[in-house]
Design a protein around this ligand. Structure first.
Ligand SMILES: C[S@@+](CC[C@H](N)C(=O)[O-])C[C@H]1O[C@@H](n2cnc3c(N)ncnc32)[C@H](O)[C@@H]1O
Length: 221
């Protein structure tokens, strides 16, 4: 059977996240299962690794409903700036609502395909994506766009999920079916390897019995 084209995959993303965006509290609740109860720790650790300072400009690719904004805001402060980019308008609507509730006036949200991201080059102090790259159909292009928009010395941090290795790997077929259907997740992508190819460097931390990783690349001159 022919593989789904990028357009078909984007349609799937749109459909799945239109649902989650309309029910953001369900989406937040599933964090407990996905992160095995360690969502706060892992999300905040990923954001810390960007090394942002007060007043910095950050881009979150596939920001979804804004689950990482509290951690980013903590580092860049009110004087900083966050651009949240996502394909799903419904997820962005939920992110907008969250920003409004918290009085975050320095967050701009843009809808689009991260593989086609066209914003000023060498512009951002840091870029982050949590559970985003694994859902983006044209993910290799999206990582290249992340490289383009970073300033020299800026970091790209990707935090994403992997299948179980070891004795729990019997659960993998079930996990694959569920997360592909309900999250457009594709665990076959070797994200750190592609980051190394685009940036020339990558450091990877494994967490949660190897089911999560945080990969960091620095943009060099
Ligand atoms: C699992 S959610 C992660 C959301 C958020 N980063 C988080 O930490 O909760 C995956 C997100 O990727 C977004 N996405 C998928 N394909 C995309 C694309 N081509 N461009 C931009 N965003 C995309 C979806 O709309 C969804 O919001």
């Amino acid at each position: 059977m022919a593989k789904d084209s990028t357009n078909d995959k984007l349609k799937k993303v749109k459909k799945i996240y239109s649902f989650w965006g309309k029910f953001p509290s369900f989406y937040s609740a599933q964090d407990i299962i996905t992160f095995l109860g360690r969502a706060k720790t892992i999300r905040s650790r990923a954001v810390k690794k960007i090394g942002l300072k007060r007043g910095n400009k950050a881009l979150e690719v596939a920001c979804g409903s804004g689950r990482n904004f509290p951690y980013i805001i903590k580092t860049v402060g009110k004087e900083g700036f966050i651009l949240g980019f996502d394909y799903s308008q419904e997820m962005l609507d939920a992110a907008k609502q969250l920003s409004k509730q918290n009085g975050w006036g320095n967050i701009k949200l843009i809808q689009g395909d991260a593989a086609q991201l066209k914003i000023t080059k060498n512009n951002f102090d840091g870029v982050v994506s949590v559970l985003g790259i694994s859902a983006i159909p044209d993910w290799e292009k999206a990582l290249e766009r992340c490289h383009d928009v970073l300033r020299f010395g800026g970091k790209l941090v990707v935090c994403d999920a992997r299948l179980f290795t070891g004795f729990l790997k019997f659960l993998n077929p079930l996990i694959k079916v569920i997360y592909s259907k309900f999250a457009a997740w594709d665990p076959s992508k070797n994200i750190p390897e592609k980051m190394k190819e685009s940036f020339g460097n990558v450091e990877v931390d494994n967490l949660n019995f190897g089911t999560f990783f945080i990969a960091v690349s620095v943009k060099k001159e």
